[in-house]
Write a protein that binds this ligand. Structure first.
Ligand code: 2HG
Ligand code: ZN
Length: 466
């Protein structure tokens, strides 16, 4: 489907001649995220430079009844930013400035297209810290982080993106500019629309600016990698460390995943012996006492028979290398075009859940290689199913979706989430019913109707209109 030439002309009037793209290369570049299941087919790509330009585009899209797909850093893993059907792809790349910084409020207002890593660097220059962190911060944008309520590797200590959003400027689907919460810490004046936009995956409108809270930077971070005997023991190790000290991260990965990272990078193995599972524990070692405590907990875990071996970082570069074993996992696996599960349950139910999901996966995927990793400290498991080279993508996706339904049903039985941190997009929408009731989904549709009466905003993502 194409966008009619008079509409293209009006878009050029709004953003300028050079900022409206209609070539196939731009469609393939801007019309898709990191998913590989869909071939993008937008109608036009447009790069606005201000909230007012975004508003004018949304008004035009309403008048013409053309769908709009927001495009940020395009690092999503659920198809939330895929344009399949002649849409206007609205790219935030040009809107990447710091708007204001306030040292007393410890807040920074940025345009939505700012790269997450630039926000982190800006905070650091001010002696502060933006704590939401994950592997794709080098290209993800803050607007997309907010639209998907991004999580990552420090959630156990700092929470999700939602915790850090003090204010939003948005253009709603019907073209209103809304300034939500004005950076306030306390504001009990009725419904907080800011929180509706966080995690709404572009279905209610476009986030154009965000006021983000910052905090003090952590000091003297130490990283421990432990070789763990089996799945249930990881949870024992987690409980032991959680009870014994305050952690900034608790991640896990499997030996087969680590082997792939080692084979595709310069990173050294953590220690000589092998273990089926590894836990990565991070904490602030402000004094010798904390280090001693970490070592004492290690001894306990060894004595209990949960841990086989371990290493603690002695330098910043060693800590970085240990982190790479976990952080490089997703990028390393991308060459196998994996099918991704991003599921969570309450941490207390993790042992039981892991046992069930492990046996289900072994039964349903006997011919595929599975790689497990995740943010086990906050109950979030990533199960990647690797595509065999000789199997066509569609056939692989078909096979995975059968087993995925069973995994989703299991998640539902545990009152867990079928998408812990990647969002629903297109990839998980068939499984939404396992985490959200039919009444809830219907209410979501009604909320969308309020902010986006013509249904132009990212249609078909999270749920279908009817
Ligand atoms: C991570 O934790 C990301 O590394 C990506 O959320 C997870 O690729 C994945 O499955
Ligand atoms: Zn993750």
């Amino acid at each position: 489907m194409t966008v009619a030439p008079p509409v293209i002309e009006k878009l050029r009037e709004i953003v300028g001649q050079q900022r409206v793209l209609t070539d196939e290369t731009s469609f393939q570049q801007y019309g898709v995220d990191r998913t590989t299941l869909w071939t993008p087919s937008p109608g036009v790509v447009v790069l606005p430079g201000s909230t007012e330009e975004v508003q004018a585009i949304i008004q035009l899209a309403n008048a013409e009844r053309i769908a709009v797909v927001p495009s940020g850093g395009r690092t999503g893993l659920s198809g939330g930013a895929v344009a399949l059907n002649g849409e206007i792809v609205l790219v935030l790349d040009r809107m990447n400035e710091v708007v204001a910084f306030n040292a007393i409020d410890r807040s920074v207002t940025v345009q939505a297209g700012m790269i997450t890593q630039q926000l982190q660097a800006f905070a650091e220059q001010q002696g502060l810290f933006y704590p939401v962190d994950f592997a794709s911060t080098g290209s993800s944008q803050i607007g997309g982080n907010i639209a998907t309520n991004a999580g990552g590797i420090k959630v156990i200590r700092y929470g999700m993106t939602r915790n850090w959003v003090l204010g939003l400027k948005v253009v709603s689907g019907n073209g209103d500019i809304l300034e939500l919460n004005h950076g306030l810490v306390k504001n009990n004046t009725g419904l907080d629309f800011r929180h509706l936009f966080i995690g709404s995956e572009g279905t209610l409108g476009i986030i154009t600016e965000a006021t983000i809270g910052l905090t003090r930077p952590p000091k003297e971070l130490s990283v421990l990698v432990l070789g763990v005997v089996d799945f249930p023991s990881i949870i024992d190790v987690l409980k032991t460390y959680n009870d014994g000290m305050e952690l900034t991260a608790f991640e896990f990965f499997t030996h087969n995943g680590m082997e792939k990272v080692l084979a595709h990078s310069e990173v050294p193995a953590p220690f000589e012996s092998e273990a089926p599972f590894y836990a990565l524990v991070e904490f602030e070692a402000l004094s010798e006492t904390q280090l001693d405590q970490a070592m004492a907990l290690f001894e306990t875990c060894v004595m209990e028979g949960w841990v086989l071996d371990g290493v603690i970082s002695q330098s910043l570069s060693q800590a970085e290398n240990l982190w790479k074993l976990r952080e490089d996992m997703s990028e390393t696996l991308s060459r196998w075009k994996p099918y991704k599960n991003d599921i969570s349950v309450n941490v207390s139910r993790m042992p039981e859940f892991l046992a069930e999901v492990e046996s289900l996966a072994a039964r349903e995927y006997p011919d595929f290689e599975l790689v497990w990793y995740g943010h086990i400290g906050d109950g979030n498991l990533h199960l990647n199913i690797l595509k065999p080279d000789d199997l066509p993508v569609e056939q692989f996706a078909g096979q995975c979706s059968v087993a995925s339904k069973q995994i989703a049903a299991l998640v539902g039985q545990f009152n867990g989430s079928i998408s812990a941190e990647h969002g629903v997009g297109l990839l998980k929408k068939d499984y939404l019913e396992y985490s959200r009731s039919a009444t809830e989904v219907q209410l979501m549709r009604q909320v969308k109707q309020v902010f986006d009466p013509n249904g132009i905003m990212n249609p078909g993502k999270i749920f279908d209109a009817v």
